[in-house]
Design a protein around this ligand. Structure first.
Ligand code: ADP
Ligand code: MG
Length: 450
């Protein structure tokens, strides 16, 4: 039964929202919602899929309660009904929202992450910054499910988290051939879940994950702000742990700093939480020597120290330096003398300015130009005065920083990479025709590159 009064209030809500979000957003997320029953104490809405429901509630709960009936708890009194898929039409309805949630640059197949053959314990150089975590990883690999469970490895970018995770995978596969080991990135887990929800094969997926002996999950921080997925992950997690199946998780932050439910955080703290730190000078030198050796490239000790003194907080960059140096020497037919190194390095440093521009700098610059607060840019406000500068900042981040979308977007207070990609597309289009915007972006760039 639709009373005219409540139908009106839903229409008013639509008007209210339409002014506050982009037309694409409105088309994709809001228009597909249908009122199927409306009384003075509840509203029944039909949504094409769970993501639309989640989107509405996550983003507009506060606004909804001003328009629709509420429960005594203050929550909007809305019941959701997922629409029956209509063969053809369904593809259309679902495709846009799901593509926003699912990642565009991650392989579709839910299957196992291929373990990198170089990421073994033998190739992992030990030093004071990683000794503890390495021995914990070795312990888990030797006795899966029987030592630390879960093992939670956290640390900054490029410090060897994925390397250790894969090393555990290799060792278990070699020594415990009967165990079912599955390594996956968090993004792939989410994609898998999206696919299985869409195909109504969730039970199959649950069965699969819950029959594993070892689950290795990379970059759990991408589960932040994904409430529905988090719950499913948490259930899988509990089922496995309760059967003493081994779980290893990596993250860029310790559990307590992740924006996840208390339940999830508590579960991750059940076992051992180990930090992987920035390697000290000697370890960096050893890593450089090891990487050079693997390439059949020799560098004098002095040279290794020289590089290690200049590149100090990211092992991946040390590798990059070796690759560049070896290519340079090969191309020019030169030996690795200090002089050559200085040349090659200075080139490296000249190529680095784009790296020196950080998301923080961009936020600062954009905040000044648009007179908003940095915390607002990182926050979730959808008001146009804030959402627009935020999109400009995201656009600049993608343009100026050579890093993955996933990493960039997480610096915006844990947004998803599809949000960033959406912002970049929108601003790229608008800058073509909007003179004022073009000037603002030029100004920001000048600030940043100065
Ligand atoms: P993270 O997942 O923490 O961002 P990765 O595991 O991808 O970092 O490591 C980045 C690169 O640095 C990889 O190529 C990895 O092999 C290398 N690396 C990191 N730490 C070490 C180490 N202690 N010894 C040898 N190589 C390392
Ligand atoms: Mg990694």
């Amino acid at each position: 039964m639709i009373t005219s009064q409540t139908q009106d209030s839903w229409d008013l809500f639509l008007e209210f929202i339409e002014e506050r979000c982009s037309s694409t957003e409105f088309e994709n997320w809001i228009s597909p919602i249908k009122v199927i029953e409306s009384t003075s104490d509840k509203l029944v809405l039909e949504v094409p899929n769970i993501f639309v429901q989640e989107y509405l509630v996550d983003n507009y709960k506060k606004d909804l309660v001003q328009f629709v009936p509420t429960l005594s708890s203050g929550e909007p009194a809305i019941e959701f009904v997922i629409a029956e898929p209509k063969k053809q039409a369904q593809a259309n309805q679902i495709s846009v929202p799901v593509s926003e949630i699912a990642s565009s640059d991650i392989p579709k197949e839910h299957q196992e992450l291929r373990l990198n053959p170089f990421y073994t314990f033998e190739n992992f150089i030990e030093g004071p910054s990683n000794q503890f975590v390495k021995s914990a990883a070795l312990g888990v690999a030797a006795r899966p499910g029987k030592s630390y469970n879960p093992l939670f490895i956290h640390g900054g970018v490029g410090l060897g988290k994925t390397h250790l995770l894969h090393a555990i995978g290799h060792t278990i596969k070699q020594n415990h051939k009967k165990l079912r080991v599955h390594a996956i990135t968090t993004e792939a887990f989410i994609n898998d879940l999206v696919d299985n929800l869409r195909n109504k094969t969730l039970d199959k997926m649950k069965k699969f994950y819950r029959s594993l002996d070892v689950l290795l999950v990379d970059d759990i921080q991408f589960l932040q702000n994904r409430q529905n997925f988090e719950e499913e992950f948490c259930n899988t997690f509990e089922t496995l742990i309760n059967q003493n199946k081994q779980i290893v998780i990596t993250s860029d932050k310790p559990p307590g700093q992740l924006k996840l439910s208390e339940r999830m955080i508590a579960r991750m703290e059940w076992g051992l939480v180990a930090n992987i730190g920035v390697p000290d000078l000697e370890t960096r030198v050893a890593i450089l020597q090891h990487k050079a050796e693997q390439k059949g490239f020799k560098i004098p000790q002095k040279v290794a120290f020289f590089i290690a003194e200049h590149i100090f907080n990211n092992v991946r960059q040390l590798e990059g330096a070796i690759n560049r140096l070896s290519a340079y020497c090969r191309m020019m037919g030169l030996d690795v003398t200090e002089e050559v190194v200085e040349k090659a390095l200075s080139e490296l440093f000249q190529m680095a300015p784009s790296k020196r521009i950080s998301v923080e700098n961009i936020l600062k610059s954009v905040a000044t130009i648009y007179e908003v607060r940095i915390s607002d840019l990182k926050g979730n406000s959808r008001s146009k005065d804030i959402a627009f500068p935020r999109q400009v900042a995201m656009y600049l981040a993608k343009e100026l920083i050579n890093d993955s979308l996933i990493k960039l977007s997480s610096s915006f207070g844990g947004k998803t990479h599809s949000t960033l990609l959406h912002a970049w597309k929108k601003i790229s289009g608008q800058v073509e025709t909007d003179e004022v915007l073009r000037k603002q972006i030029q100004m920001a760039r000048r600030n940043l590159e100065a």
